[in-house]
Structures are given as C-alpha cells and as structure tokens.
Design a protein around this ligand. Structure first.
Ligand SMILES: [Zn+2]
Length: 260
C-alpha cells in the first residue's frame, strides 16, 4: 500500500511537470530554462509552491505574492496523472511490489506510464488549444517504438506496421478532404498510437475513438450545445481510445473478435 502511495505521488509530480511543459510549449519557453513563474505577477515560484496537490490546497489555488487564482486544471492534471500512474501500476502489479523488482515487471507499468504521459499531453493540449504540437507526437512515437521493440524484439514489424496504418488512416482522410476532416497533426498522432498499441489493436483503438466521438456528439446535440456540422477536436478522443486499449485486455472487446 505504501508503494501505491509513492506511485501516486510520483505520478502527481509528473503531472506538475506536464503542466509546465504544456504552458512552455504554448508560449515557446524552453523547459530547461529556470523555474516556473506566476503568470500574473511574474514572480518565480519557490520550491514549496511546486509540491504537487499539497501546495495548491494550502494556498487555496492562489499565488503567494499577488493572490492571483491559478486554474483548477493544474490540480486536476496532478491528481489525474497520479491516478493514471496508480492505474498503470495496478494493471500490471496489482498493488504488489514484488513485480517491480523484476525487470519485466517493472518495464511493463513503466511503459504504460510513459505512454499515458504522451496521451495526456495530447489530450490536454488539443482540448485547450485545438491543435497538437508535432514535437509531442513524434517524441511519443519514437519512445513507443523503442520501448515496445525493446520488450518484444520479434514483434518489431507489427509495431512498425501499426504505426504506418495509424498514419495512413489519417493521411488518406487528410488528402481526400484537403485538410477539412482531420488536421495534419492527426497523422502523427495516428502513427504514435499505432506505435503504442501495435497491430491489430490500432484498429480497436481508432474504432473506440470514433465510437466515443459519436456518443459525445449525440450527447452534445441532446443538450443543444452543438450542431451536427460543428467540429470537435480529435486528439482527446484518440488519446482516450488508445488509453482504453492499453488498460483493458483485448478479451473485453468481443465485437472485435467477431469481426476478425
Ligand atoms: Zn503572482
């Protein structure tokens, strides 16, 4: 249980780092450059302000200097990332610690955690700014290929194939619609998701994203927030579809087995 606690805290720290990375990517500031600053008064945040979750709760989400309110999204990202890391740990180790001491037992949850970081970055960035930085998806795709092939060297072809299929799926739509249906960023995200989940799960992952999207559009139309012609960002849906496939064993996708 104590291990679970540390996994959660570690995830929350990564979530805090992701906040800084998302902000700095948007505003073109290097991640290596200096401490984070308050966006209102521009004062540097002290080490105590950077403790995830705790500092937010103690200061009630306000800057120590100017009392400007920080977005609830910082807290959400830290708690959410802690929970995702906990989920990755549970998925492969079931809250035990023995498996973490074996190389394979450690690598599987570590791999899932790395993938979840990239999927979360894309989820949040696309939801917030309606675009996806290529640096996220390219780094994610390379990391995913490297980790998957290191774990399963014999399956290298299937991971490359899945990445190519993921890219082609959006590449063809992009070419046919001249960029109307999907953005060019989606092509790289498709490649990244393929590299993460492999073949044939890339198909399940994309299918799940579209089912989720359809459900979301119908729900939004019922509450009359959207019209059928409105667009919704694809990135968050793709990230959710991929995360679902990474977490849920394939036997839970019976529709896929019937089709296969
Ligand atoms: Zn301030």
């Amino acid at each position: 249980m104590i291990t679970a606690f540390f996994v959660f805290i570690f995830g929350a720290c990564i979530g805090s780092f992701c906040s800084a990375l998302l902000y700095r990517t948007r505003h073109g500031v290097s991640v290596a450059k200096g401490r984070s600053r308050c966006t209102t008064c521009n004062k540097e945040l002290g080490p105590l302000d950077l403790i995830p979750i705790v500092s937010y709760l103690i200061r009630r989400g306000r800057c120590r200097h100017c009392k400007a309110k920080f977005s609830w999204q910082y807290l959400a990202l830290e708690v959410g990332m802690g929970a995702l890391f906990l989920g990755a740990y549970w998925r492969y180790c079931g809250f035990g610690y023995a498996c973490l001491l074996q190389p394979e037992g450690f690598l599987l949850p570590a791999k899932l955690a790395v993938f979840l970081v990239f999927l979360t970055l894309i989820f949040v960035y696309d939801a917030r700014y309606s675009e996806i930085p290529d640096s996220f998806s390219i780094t994610g795709a390379v990391a995913a290929l490297a980790m998957n092939i290191a774990l399963k060297p014999h399956d290298w072809f299937w991971y490359l194939l899945a990445a190519a299929v993921g890219a082609a799926f959006f590449g063809v739509q992009y070419a046919l619609s001249r960029g109307e249906w999907v953005g060019d960023g989606d092509i790289l995200v498709g490649a990244m998701i393929g590299a993460m989940v492999g073949w044939p799960l890339v198909l399940v992952s994309l299918f799940s994203a579209y089912v989720l999207g359809l459900a979301l559009v119908i729900a939004l139309m019922i509450v009359k927030k959207k019209k059928l012609t409105d667009t919704i960002p694809m990135g968050p849906l793709l990230a959710l579809g991929a995360a679902a496939v990474l977490f849920i064993p394939l036997s839970f996708f019976p529709f896929f087995w019937y089709a296969w």
